[in-house]
Design a protein. Sequence first.
Length: 267
Amino acid sequence: MPASPHRHVALVTGANHGIGAATARRLAADGCAVLLTFLAFDDPEAEEGSRRAHASDADGVVAAIRADGGTALAVAADLSDADVVPALFDRAEAALGPVDVLVHNATASLLDTFRPQARDWAGRPQHGLTVESFDRQLAVDARAGAALIADFAVRLQVRGGTWGRIVTLTSGGVEGFPGEVSYGAAKAALVSLTLSAALELSRFGVTANAVHPPVTDTGWVTDEVRDAVAADDRWMGVAGPDDPARVIAWLASEAADRVTGNVLRMA
C-alpha cells in the first residue's frame, strides 16, 4: 500500500452533486486526496434540476478540484451491491493511499409512505411503501453505511492507524419521517451505527458524528418550498450545499479532535 503524499485521504459517497460534491471540494481544499463515488441515473419524476444532478457523473467535480490544485478520483458505485465497498477502499488505497476520512452521504432517497398520496408537501410524487422500496433505501443508506464503517475500521486497525474521521448524513428524527418513512428508518439506523462507532473506535483516535442538514437546495427546491421554509420557525431559510459541507469539513479536520458521538442538527 503506497504512503499518501497528502495529509489525509477521504472517501465521499454520493459526490457527483449537491452536498457530497460540495464536501469533496471542501476536503480537497483542506489538503485531502478524495475518492468520490457516484451513481448516475434518470429519475423522470424529479424536478428538472434534481433530475439533471442525479443523471450526472462526477467528472465536473473532479475537474474543479484538480483545477484548484487538489487531487481527486471518481468511481461509479451502486452501494446496494455488497461487493462494492471493499473494492472502493482497494481503489483508494492503490491510487491515493489509506482512507482515514469517511463521509457517507449517498442515499436512495425514495419517497414512500404508509398513506400514499399524489404529492408530498414539496410537490414531489409519493408512492406506497413496498418491500422493494424499503430494501433499496436500507441497502444504500444503512447497510452500505455499516459496511463502509466496518471496512474503514478494520483497515485502520490492521495498519495501526491512530487517527480517523467518520461523518454520516441523516434526516428525519426520533418522531419518524412521515412521507419518507423508509428514508427516515434508514437514517435512524445509520445514526445508531455512527454513534456505536464513536464509542468503539475512540481508542484508535477516530471520531464519528452525524450531520442533519437543513432544507438544502440540491436541485429539488421550488419557490413554493422556499416560501414554506421561510414561514417555518425551525429553519433559517433554504441552505446551499456548501452550508452543510463546511460543517462536515470541520468535523473531518484536526480542530475537531475531541468532537464525537453527536448528531449536529443545522437550521
